[in-house]
Write a protein that binds this ligand. Structure first.
Ligand code: GTR
Length: 435
């Protein structure tokens, strides 16, 4: 019999322990990466206002007609891939409406978006809360959840997700599926009552409805089905990435919201945390119907500047999550300076629409200062429109939000979505969408 020597078991346990200590338990960040601001190497960012032919963009018209399309294409080619548009038939089915949740304060709707031409049974399951006392269509926040709609509130009437879920999510999840114990597990991240009290709707769905979040997930997601471009040419799987697929899904929900009289679809703020913050940014860039975009702790591949290589790097993200970005992005592993773009240009794609970037002090992995700098360096594009982005010269202290059309805050604590974050988004959104 082959037996493993005791010492080697002990050694493996020690390694496991070390790995555990170096991971995201408590506030520790993965070891072996740069967390010291004074050690960030010098870098030069591409100028969002210099066109590919070297000319300077001087007006908002030139921005819209020349530079914005160029930058969109750069992100499509080098990072997120280009998503094909939706072919054919869609149907919406309101599966349940409950007019008296939260003691009569709210209406809860559950809607299925069936995308028949994507595939039989391909459905996005959307959970919507609306303030019951609204006299007119409400501005709303739309964002993906990580654990199924039933994780958003402890409410037994919310349909249980039966889609694939990532492992390691705790006892609410077994064999990559949610169970009853997952109800309300993410409620702290979704302070629905607080949001409704401020006159907003909340719209959410599980991102795995669009594509399960693993390397082979595309096989069970939209990318397996929509695989031709406008000219009928077959697309490689990596022509568009998981992040592009998820962003595409958010646009499909917006299509539905345009048909729902209770929601003001011209005032939808797209919001996301972490990998879903990368997704909300790409959604806001790719679909200009989103009135406002919010990134929460989106980090590398989201709001953080790649060239700083602070915390999570391009190489690390491409190694751990090869499906998130396209093939070409991998050629920038340890070679960020060769990128013809950086993430401030992603933020600039929102202009003149408002964008809010939220960071957390202990979330060094997501490079809070790099997230701030992206917003700062996108600001000259807002100025073309006569709007102010971020005037602050350096990253503000915690709990001191800054910015006008580009908003930014950093709060105490780690990688998470808190009431403080939501208050920041709503203060910002009040200014821009409630006028
Ligand atoms: C981490 C990843 C980050 C971030 C995060 C999350 O493992 O390195 O880029 O997206 O996951 O989505 O929670």
């Amino acid at each position: 019999m082959n037996c493993i020597p005791r010492t080697s078991i002990q050694f493996s346990l020690l390694l496991l322990n070390l790995l555990f200590l170096s991971m995201n338990v408590s506030d520790a960040q993965p070891a072996g990466f740069l967390y010291d601001e004074s050690k960030v190497a010098e870098y030069t960012l591409p100028d969002p206002l210099i066109a590919l032919d070297g000319s300077r963009i001087k007006t908002s018209d030139e921005w819209e007609s020349v530079r914005r399309p160029e930058i969109m294409e750069l992100f499509e080619r080098h990072m997120y891939g280009k998503r094909p548009e939706l072919p054919g038939k869609v149907s919406y089915q309101v599966k349940s409406v409950e007019n008296s949740v939260f003691l009569g304060k709210a209406i809860r709707k559950q809607v299925s978006i069936r995308l028949k031409n994507v595939g039989p049974g391909f459905t996005l399951n959307v959970l919507i809360y609306l303030p019951a006392n609204a006299r007119e269509p409400v501005p709303s926040f739309l964002g993906y959840n990580f654990g199924g709609n039933q994780s958003v509130q402890g409410d037994s009437e919310i349909f249980m997700s039966n889609t694939w879920m990532r492992s390691g999510r705790g006892e609410g999840y077994t064999n990559n599926r949610a169970n009853e114990k997952s109800r309300g597990l993410s409620a702290k991240r979704w302070p629905v009552e607080m949001i409704l009290d401020r006159g907003y709707g909340v719209v959410t769905l599980y991102y795995g409805d669009v594509e399960p979040d693993h390397k082979e997930g595309w096989k069970d997601g939209v990318r397996a089905h929509i695989n031709k471009d406008e000219d009928g040419n077959t697309l490689e799987v990596e022509a568009w990435s998981a992040i592009s697929a998820w962003a595409w899904g958010l646009s499909r929900v917006l299509d539905y919201l345009e048909t729902d009289d209770a929601v003001d679809a011209t005032k939808v703020a797209v919001m996301g945390h972490s990998r879903l913050g990368k997704t909300s940014l790409w959604a806001g860039a790719s679909d200009e119907r989103f009135a406002l975009t919010i990134s929460n702790d989106s980090g590398c591949g989201g709001a953080a500047l790649s060239r700083r290589a602070f915390g999570e790097t391009v190489e690390r993200i491409n190694t751990n999550f090869p499906h998130w970005f396209n093939k070409r992005f991998k050629t920038y592993n340890s070679n960020e300076s060769a990128l013809p773009l950086d993430q401030h240009m992603l933020i600039s794609l929102m202009a003149p629409r408002p964008v809010y970037i939220a960071s957390a002090q202990k979330d060094l992995w997501a490079d809070p200062n790099g997230e701030f700098l992206s917003g700062k360096h996108a600001s000259p594009v807002y100025e073309l429109f006569g709007l102010r982005g971020i005037d602050a010269k350096k990253q503000p202290d915690i709990h001191h939000p800054v910015g006008s059309y580009v908003g930014y805050h950093i709060r105490a604590g780690g990688h998470d979505v808190t009431d403080y974050d939501w208050t920041g988004y709503m203060n910002f959104t009040d200014k821009h969408l409630k006028r």
